[in-house]
Design a binder for this molecule. Structure first.
Ligand SMILES: [Zn+2]
Length: 405
């Protein structure tokens, strides 16, 4: 099965070549518009021309003569226009009355003849003295670097986009990979396991991110409660107003802490290319947090609620698994040894294989593992669900692929 992805990479374009790229972009857009105009004028039978091969000869030479646009970019402009015209005809068939395509975006489409990829940079067809060489700029820990640099991904055509606000060029590269896996729904699901806590770190992920300070949250809560108790004893009207005010302040502050934490969780999932975030099932976990205060229990639930809607906005699913033994099971490779002695507070030491790691990190890995196992059992292609780990991924069969980042 073929897997397609789009790598989005910021480009560092030499100052003296920025205008050449911009001019190329403007000319490309104008060329695409001229093709679209011609196609929209209809053929002799009154039909919109959507075929590239019919559209191209009608204005290709004129455009090349008028603009001197690179031949491959002119071909890409035809394709761009034909796609847009096809979209219009589809709408007409559906009974709509679309208007003529108008190209306004700052985009140049590069097919594989107009762009070449090298280690760390690409070369783009453009006006001026030869091709423009632009270096890739990757954020830390980016999946984009893997798409661009790993030999497992084959790079195809690209779209160059210009962002006005930041004066930045971004390259959107189509990459593909042939995999033996067969279930498309499953293939892309890299899951982020999350262990939530009422003390220590609010959330720890299977990728080894330790997020949010639950102790600080608890400390501030106790402080607030002490102050409130003192004010209540005073019993004056002004004391009551103060209670209300510090109550609001604390509520805002604590919600904000959870917002920051949930935001970072979703960011972590995005940066790892995860399509699901997995928590422990709240209903089943009740026992474990039953000793926690009402406030801590609220924070615990609220973190999942906030993560859920933020994740959904990014197209990331939020799932739950049964929490049994996630803190006692060894998450190392094929070990899986489960014993209560494995865990001593924050420290997890496997009594069988000797693996040592942070208890919450171990639990988060087990949460992701369980989700993948469940999928395997239900036959929905869990073998291809990748568990996002610190330095690579492990799938449900335990195959490890090191990250190239
Ligand atoms: Zn072990």
């Amino acid at each position: 099965m073929e897997i397609q992805r789009t790598a989005v990479v910021k480009l560092s374009v030499p100052d003296q070549r920025r205008d050449d790229l911009k001019r190329t972009m403007n000319t490309f857009r104008d060329a695409a518009q001229r093709f679209a105009n011609r196609g929209w004028e209809r053929d002799d039978n009154g039909y919109v021309i959507t075929s590239r091969s019919r559209l191209q000869p009608l204005v290709y030479d004129d455009i090349r003569d008028d603009t001197g646009l690179h031949s491959d970019l002119t071909v890409a402009a035809v394709n761009h226009a034909a796609d847009a015209l096809t979209g219009c005809v589809d709408k007409m068939k559906a009974g709509e009355r679309p208007s003529k395509p108008v190209f306004t975006s700052n985009t140049t489409v590069y097919n594989t003849s107009a762009i070449s990829y090298f280690d760390g940079y690409c070369s783009l067809a453009a006006y001026g003295s030869g091709r423009v060489h632009a270096e890739y700029v990757y954020p830390d820990d980016s999946l984009q670097a893997e798409y661009m640099e790993s030999s497992e991904w084959t790079k195809q055509g690209a779209k160059l986009r210009y962002d006005h606000q930041t004066d930045t060029y971004y390259l959107h590269v189509s990459v593909k990979q042939e995999r033996e896996d067969s279930l498309e729904e499953a293939e892309s699901r890299t899951v982020l396991g999350v262990d939530r806590n009422v003390d220590g770190y609010l959330a720890v992920t299977s990728t080894g991110a330790f997020i949010g300070n639950a102790d600080l949250l608890n400390h501030k809560r106790r402080e607030y409660e002490r102050r409130r108790a003192r004010l209540q004893q005073q019993g004056t009207r002004s004391a009551h107003l103060t209670i209300q005010s510090i109550g609001d302040t604390f509520a805002n502050w604590s919600e904000d802490v959870l917002h920051q934490t949930s935001k970072r969780l979703v960011k972590e999932a995005m940066s790892r290319g995860c399509s699901a975030i997995v928590f422990e099932d709240l209903e089943q976990i009740r026992e474990r947090i039953s000793n926690a205060s009402k406030f801590q229990q609220w924070a615990f639930r609220e973190l999942k609620r906030q993560t859920t809607y933020k994740a959904r906005a990014e197209g990331i699913a939020v799932e739950s698994v049964h929490p049994a033994y996630t803190s006692q099971r060894c998450s190392h490779a094929d070990c899986g040894f489960t014993h209560e002695d494995n865990r001593d507070g924050d420290q997890f030491t496997c009594q069988k294989c000797g693996k040592e790691l942070h208890s919450d990190y171990n639990a988060a890995r087990n949460i992701a593992h369980r989700f993948i196992q469940n999928r395997l059992k239900s036959g929905s292609g869990g073998a291809t669900h990748h568990l996002a780990l610190k330095s690579g991924t492990v799938n449900g069969n335990g195959d490890y692929s090191p990250s190239t980042v």
